[in-house]
Ligand binder design. Structure first.
Ligand code: HEC
Length: 314
């Protein structure tokens, strides 16, 4: 009797072990990079550039070596008005994302269109240039592709930056997000559950082509941020919340990021954190009617990069 139970157990163990060995041996032959990029993946590659995180291009994780996203309302070359368009400026020498460097990252159809129509094979890192994400519709099927606007429209990096309605440093901001460990608490991965209702659409497989690293996060102690810019687009709120989350959420466990202001406000004055703390304590104790003001940040501060990144998560 006892022997029979052992036998059933060993057979089940054998089945489990061989199944897992099969998975280990045959899964790698599934070519995940053969999945076509979605337009989200193309936008992310052009926004974030090469790797974010430890890399020769940015040894101390200061947000260097990143493209600049701009919003255009006029053609940088002719000055003619056009529909609001996002463009991605790579100054000379800025590292390219893998989709522009390797042939097998974008997926076959996206790669073919990006070369034939988008002329991305004419771009190189030394000279940089301006890129767009476009889509071609054929027979009801939409295929996104990258256009090298410097070749196709004659847009130079300089003219494009000068014509920009808005400049968004979210490539550098993603480096801040990684460096500061926001992912210890926040995910960027709504799940296929009721998450839909609060945090928006879960991502698709093709949304991640060429992104390195992805910032899924592993544990959720705080709201998912994949689409946070769609539900909260207030720069002012972000400013207060990053300076001291307790200003807007009295019981928040989120750390302060006041040091990302870099010590100076937009007028060039020193920021006196000790004085700010005193005043904030007095406010919490009920001895002041209003909390102390949060200083404006400078245009090249790390907090500017981080806020640009967070608001660009749509
Ligand atoms: C210790 C955990 C923790 C860390 C680390 C952390 N947060 Fe948070 N965060 C929270 C919690 C909890 C909330 C919800 C309460 C609140 O608003 O403060 C929150 C809220 C937010 C919100 C508002 C979310 C919404 O749904 O409107 C944003 C944006 C945000 N955090 C960004 C960041 C960024 C960027 C970083 C890294 C610089 C970061 N957080 C680091 C815990 C954390």
């Amino acid at each position: 009797m006892g022997f029979r139970e052992y036998r059933v157990g060993s057979i089940l163990f054998g089945v489990a072990l061989s199944t897992s060995m099969m998975i280990t041996m045959f899964m790698p032959s599934l070519d995940i990079s053969s999945v076509s990029s979605t337009s989200v993946a193309l936008q992310k590659q052009l926004t974030y550039g090469k790797n974010n995180g430890f890399d020769y291009g940015d040894l101390f994780l200061q947000g260097h070596d990143k493209p600049i996203k701009v919003i255009l309302k006029k053609d940088p070359k002719t000055g003619a008005a056009m529909d609001e368009t996002a463009a991605y400026v790579f100054k000379a020498g800025t590292s390219f994302p893998s989709g522009l460097v390797h042939d097998h990252i974008l997926g076959d159809d996206v790669q073919a269109l990006s070369v034939s129509v988008g002329k991305i094979d004419q771009a190189n890192e030394e000279q940089g240039g301006v890129f767009l994400v476009r889509a071609s519709v054929k027979g009801g099927v939409e295929t996104p592709y990258i256009e090298f606007a410097t070749a196709t429209r004659g847009w130079s990096s300089q003219a494009t930056l000068a014509a920009a309605e808005e400049t968004i440093l979210s490539g550098s901001g993603k480096t801040m997000f990684i460096r500061e460990g926001c992912w210890w608490c926040h995910t960027l991965l709504p799940e296929q559950t009721h998450d839909w209702q609060s945090f928006g659409r879960p991502p698709l497989l093709g949304d991640f082509n060429g992104e390195s690293p992805t910032t899924f996060g592993s544990d959720r102690k705080a709201p998912d941020l994949l689409h946070v810019g769609s539900r909260n687009s207030s720069k002012e709120w972000m400013m207060l919340h990053f300076f001291n989350p307790r200003l807007v959420q009295p019981h928040s466990i989120m750390p302060r990021y006041d040091y990302l202001w870099g010590g100076k406000d937009a007028k060039g004055n020193d920021i006196d954190l000790a004085k700010w703390d005193e005043e904030f304590k007095a406010y919490r104790a009920g001895d002041r009617v209003y909390p102390p003001e949060v200083p404006e940040y400078t245009a090249d501060s790390e907090i500017r990069m981080l806020i640009d990144y967070v608001l660009d998560l749509k």
